[in-house]
Write a new protein. Structure first.
Length: 153
């Protein structure tokens, strides 16, 4: 049974019950969790939200001590040393790959090179997907972010 909590809106005037807001917030959080869980189990899902999600490793957030690094590469093949260095300076934390095309190609490759806690790939089908709460959370919790290239035409 949910107890009704009271919160002062204006201490001089009244008390206001907040359990209705709490129920709604809990419902939204549960729905987001279920959507993320389905994505983890299927290795994709979320296509109706405009993105696909793939993960290799621990889905929980790990907090690691990091050091700053910007790597610029392109126009050719991937350079292993760049990923190794990113993994080292990320403290072995969560590594997120952002892409407009493809699938989870980088997950195993980066995980093997970096020994990171997890490697996650978000493949965007549209711009609106970048504003999804789950997407924002994954990027904010990342210790390293790689923006994949490829044929972006």
């Amino acid at each position: 049974m949910i107890e009704t909590a009271y919160k002062y809106r204006n201490p001089a005037i009244m008390l206001r019950p907040v359990n209705a807001i709490t129920k709604s917030t809990r419902c939204n959080a549960i729905l987001r969790f279920v959507a993320a869980f389905v994505a983890l189990l299927t290795g994709q899902a979320c296509t109706s939200m405009g993105y696909q999600y793939f993960i290799n490793g621990d889905s929980g957030d790990v907090v690691a001590r990091t050091q700053g690094l910007i790597v610029m590469q392109g126009g050719g093949t991937d350079v292993d040393e760049n990923f190794v260095r990113m993994g080292q300076l990320s403290g072995g934390g969560d590594f997120v790959v952002l892409s407009a095309t493809g699938d989870d190609y980088y997950n195993d490759y980066i995980k093997e090179l970096c020994s990171c806690d997890s490697v996650e790939t978000l493949v965007f089908a549209n711009r609106q997907a970048a504003f999804d709460a789950f997407v924002i959370e994954r990027i904010r919790n990342a210790e390293a972010v790689f923006i994949a290239g490829g044929d972006l035409s």
